[in-house]
Structure formats: C-alpha cells, structure tokens
Design a binder for this molecule. Sequence first.
Ligand code: UDP
Length: 482
Amino acid sequence: MQTLKPHAALLASPGMGHLIPVVELGKRLTAHYGFYVTIFVVASDSSIEESPIFGSASALDRLKIVLLPPVDISGLIDSTASVVTQLVMMMHEALPSLRAAISTMRARPTALVVDLFGTEALAVAEKFNMLKYVFIASTARFLAATIHLPTIDGQTEHEHRIMKKPLEIPGLEPVRFEDTLDLFRNQTDKSLYAEYTRIGREIPTADGILVNTWQDLEPSTMHALEDDKFLGRVTKAPVYPVGPLVRPVGPNSKSEVMNWLDMQPVESVIYVSFGSGGTLSAEQTAELAWGLELSQQRFVWVVHPPMDDDASGNFFNGSNGQDGTPNYLPEGFYTRTHDRGVVVPMWAPQTEILAHESVGGFVSHCGWNSTLESIVNGVPMVAWPLYAEQGMNAAMLVEKLGMAVRPRTRAAGRAVGREEIAEMVNSVMKSKGNGMRTRAKELQRNATGVVRKGGSSHNSLTQVARECEVKLYSLSAKALGA
Ligand code: UDP
C-alpha cells in the first residue's frame, strides 16, 4: 500500500532573497520527507519565471512552483513608501488569488508555510483547516525582535528611536541603535512600524515557527525564545531552527569570472557584493574602488551603479572611460587592477563563487542568505550592513561569532574611507593568525553537521514533518468516517 504523504503549500514574498530560502525549504521537504510541495510566488511581474531558480526547482518531482497573478500596487501606495511597505501591500493584494488557488486544488494541502511578509495568509490556512507555519528566513535574533515589538510601549519606542538608547529584549543582548532595524530608523514611512508590529502579533498565532538558523549558532536566543521567563510567553508556538537552508552550488558554469577564479591561488580572492538590491552612494562606490586598489588584494566585485539623492546621482548616465571603466569608478581603475581584479556588473553566480577554493574573504551587506552562504563555505567576512536587519546580523558576526570585521565609521553616517576599507580587507585576507578564518571554518563544520540525519536542524524539521503527517492521517480518518 502506498503511504500517504503530506502536501505543503509555501508562500514566498517578492524578492530573490525571500524566494531562495523558501525554495530550499520546499526542496528539503520533498527530498527528505517525501512531501508534495507547491510554492506560491508573489511578484510584481512575470519576469521572475525566467530565473534559473524557477526552472531547476520545477524540474523536481513532487515540487511545483506557481506564480500567482502579478500584483500591481502602483495606484494604492505612496511612491515614497519603503520597500517593506510595498512588499506588505503586494502580499495583501495577493491574498484573494492564494485563497482561490488553494480552494481549487484537488488535493488540499495539509499545511501552509508563509514567510515574514505573508503572515496575513495564516487566516487562509485557518479557513481551510490546514496547519499553519511561519518561516523566518533570517536569524532567531530577528524573530525575537519582531515578536517583542507589540509589547513595546510608546516610551520605550521613543527612547530607542529618538534618544537612540539600546533596545532591551528579554534574554538577549540589547540592540544598539546603530545596529537597529529600519523600522526604528525610517522617519518618513509611518506605516512601517505598524506593519512590523502587526506581523509580530501574527507570528505567534502559527502552529510553529521555522527559522533559517541552528541551535549552536544562536543558543542563548533560542533559549530566550523558549523560556517563559523571557520571550517564551509571547512566542507561544514552538520554534524550529531548521537551517542553514542555502542554495547548493549548481553544475559547473563556465562563466568568465569562474574561469578567472580557476587561475588564482587558494584563498587569495576577496568577493565583494551587496546583495540583489544593495546600492552604495557615488562617493562610497568610489571609495570602495580606491580601498580595493589600496589593499593590493585580488578581488571579484559585483558592481551596481551608485544611487544617492544628490547631483552625483547622474554619474552613471555618462559614458565609460577609455579603458572601459564606468564613470562612477575612479578613472583608469580597470587598467590599474586588471591583473588582480574582476568587476561583474549587477549579478554574479554567488554560491559558486563563495564555494570556489580561490575565494578567501567576502565583503557583504550581511543579507542573511549571503551570510549563510559565507558560513557554509568557511569564508570570513567584512560585515558591511546597509538596511533591513543587516546591522543585527553584522553585530552577531563580529561580536558573537568572531568571523568578521566591520566598518567603524559607518555608524557616524559617513562614507567608509579607502584606508579603512583596505585595512578591513587585509585583516580578513590575512586572517590566518587572527582567528577569523579558523572561526569561519569551525562554523562551516558545525553548519554542515546540523542538517545531516541526527543533526539538530534535521531533527527539528523531522518534528514539523511528523506534525504534518499526524494532521494528514487525522483528516483522512475523518474523511473515511473513522
Ligand atoms: N545573489 C547572487 N548573485 C548576486 C547577488 C545575490 O546569486 O550577484 C544571491 C545570493 O547568493 C543570495 C541572494 O541572492 O542567495 C541574496 O540574498 P540576501 O539575503 O543575502 O540579500 P538580499 O539580496 O535579499 O538583500
């Protein structure tokens, strides 16, 4: 007799950084537990279907990716709204199509797993009598901060936001203002704080909270989330650390940058990338170029044209220099660095690059996917946060995990200068003696172990899978009138 296997529906909010870990979770549920998985993707247009992530995952048996009808929020929202407010609005507008898609499915899913911006859809799961989970594609520390938000009073908010006092979270180290979340920093988008507070209230209504972290990475925060003396009484639902869920290295791609890496010595190249959307000002982009040059280290740099609100924003509309250097980089940069650096415009095969033996350091904006990709490859970092929860991630990488350095001057709101950049790059690349590389390699070993059979994250996900199986059997028994 064929055993019944649960069907999980996963809901991914717009953006590669959100879609990638959700797809990895779906893949693990099919590969390790035989689940059927449908991933519903919300996007502003259908171009996402061109992404290789879409194709490779859809080729898997039992896993289907469905793009919900693209949502247009242009007439519904102020053009100055933050990215998060736009995401939240898109997820809200996608709810009717999600509901319709689930109601017409022949085999109703047993569980719905939503990401941070999809918590409103937990009500859809409730309506269809499905188990409901939230998947936090970030740290346990970020989860703790989010569910703590609704308990913060006006006075505490004022002290943190305006007086810049550290934010106390029960059982955790206080969050310094310079490391805090955008919702406390953004003074123009009034709905941001309210939306996060709503999300913080909705998360604990789930049957379980999955987090892309692991027990050994954040033991004290995991304890605070579970213990009633700290956050346990707000968390309510069990927290399952199931990470690291990271995109595996694809089949050997023969791109120019990979060919170049093949020719470099082991651990001699620093990889520089600020994620899918991270953009620096014109001044900062130029300082980074000078800093890399000054460091004398080999590098691969994924460059986005700079953006800032002053006149220099026009910089990148002009033509390139004689040697092809774009005019937002110092003149002659390509000529002076061509023997030890590669500049990749816009997008690079990051997981492949970080896994390459020639790469020995990563200058990163500390998006959680990038951070995990660095950890699973044992690569020490220059932790250079830009937005969202990246400041908290950077603080953890430097102070708790000891595998990164971070800019000192960023806190003052100034551009990070070339000397400091060169100094940070050199300290990471020459980190044999200073412990960062050793720590990164230790964390790599630990991260590899926890997802294997018997490892803590494997066990956590097994618990979730069991709950889904129990639910499926009870539903089938009911249907048979048992
Ligand atoms: N990424 C990539 N190539 C790039 C930039 C990003 O493959 O040039 C991938 C990266 O490997 C990671 C994801 O996009 O998996 C970015 O997610 P992250 O959470 O680090 O940052 P976000 O882009 O969401 O700010």
